[in-house]
Write a protein that binds this ligand. Structure first.
Ligand SMILES: [Zn+2]
Length: 312
């Protein structure tokens, strides 16, 4: 990836906010020790025993200095160079949708279902389905929205509205919408990131965009095509993000007709993570999804965002 001073500047600002938010505990109580402690003796009693004169009030003994309880270590994100060094020479053995560490279902026996919508951006991908979003609001179905940086750049006021809507949680769908590979693997004909540094850039470029948009870092990352190798999934974790997959493909990359979207979505059960798209108005995704969600909410299916399903 070409050097991009603008992005690095934004990233630096974002990282600064993160570090400021973590706070660094300062020592506030210094303990001063005598270099030559006296030895107690009958003529030189220990100084902690007060010598009282009859009628004299006892001296006021200050309370002992108690150090503050140890808090969690401030979390510092590894730099790009540290990520490159840490994973140098690691050869991935897995390439696909369910790399180790990728969350494809809600853990811990949850009865809930998580709906996730991708907004992929780029040529032909910067649209928005207002009927789908207003339908989710009418049904009160929360969703995690994976926004790509290109989509945000083309829809900034809309992205700000979505960020302000408490029904929705924003998540990271990459900077250039690339499959996440440390060796340039392709998925569906799309070449992935070429190396470890490119993985860092693909994640952290949009991390800075979304952090600036919402005031806090997103918690989840799903690459374009949802393909990871095992090393890039670990890098995601290293950068404090949960790599997100899915268990129910609701709209087949926004290619299914509405009836198929309804059938696939209704196959979701307790713990499912559904993937569909919010950037394909005119496709079968919106009508098919809303049809299914209406039936499922009537039946009492509990929907929740990934963030609520997987507490920090
Ligand atoms: Zn996408």
């Amino acid at each position: 990836m070409a050097h991009n001073p603008g992005r690095r500047t934004v990233l630096a600002i974002g990282m600064g906010l993160i570090l400021t938010g973590c706070g660094v505990r300062q020592a506030t109580n210094d303990v001063v020790q005598s270099s030559a402690p006296s030895v107690p003796s009958p003529s030189n009693p220990p100084s902690t025993v007060p010598r009282l004169t009859p009628g004299e009030p006892p001296p006021v003994v200050p309370p002992p200095v108690v150090p503050p309880p140890a808090g969690p270590e401030p979390h510092r994100l590894p730099s790009r160079d540290e990520i490159i060094d840490r994973h140098a020479g690691r050869s991935p053995y897995y390439w696909g949708l369910e790399a180790p560490g990728v969350v494809s279902r809600i853990p811990n026996g949850s009865q809930g279902v998580a709906l996730t919508l991708d907004f992929c951006g780029g040529a032909g991908g910067n649209s928005f389905d207002p009927d789908l979003i207003s339908g989710l609001q009418r049904l009160r179905v929360p969703a995690t929205l994976f926004l790509n940086a290109r989509w945000v750049a083309d829809n900034r006021p809309l992205a700000a509205d979505l960020a302000d809507n408490p029904l929705f949680e924003l998540a990271n769908h990459g900077t250039d919408h690339l499959p996440l590979s440390v060796t340039g693997n392709s998925a569906y004909g799309i070449p992935g990131t070429a190396d470890t540094g490119s993985v860092y850039d693909e994640i952290m470029g949009n991390d800075a965009v979304l952090t600036a948009l919402t005031g806090q870092r997103p918690r989840f990352f799903r690459p374009g095509t949802a393909y990871f190798d095992d090393v890039s999934a670990r890098i995601c974790h290293d950068l404090g993000l949960i790599p997100a997959g899915f268990s129910v493909n609701g709209d087949g990359g926004a290619t299914y007709p509405a009836g198929a979207v309804t059938t696939e979505t209704r196959a979701a059960g307790p713990g499912s993570i559904i993937i569909a798209h919010g950037n394909r108005p005119g496709s079968g995704t919106g009508p098919g999804l809303l049809q299914a969600l209406g039936v499922m909410t009537d039946a009492g299916t509990p929907f929740l965002t990934l963030g609520d399903a997987i507490p920090a």
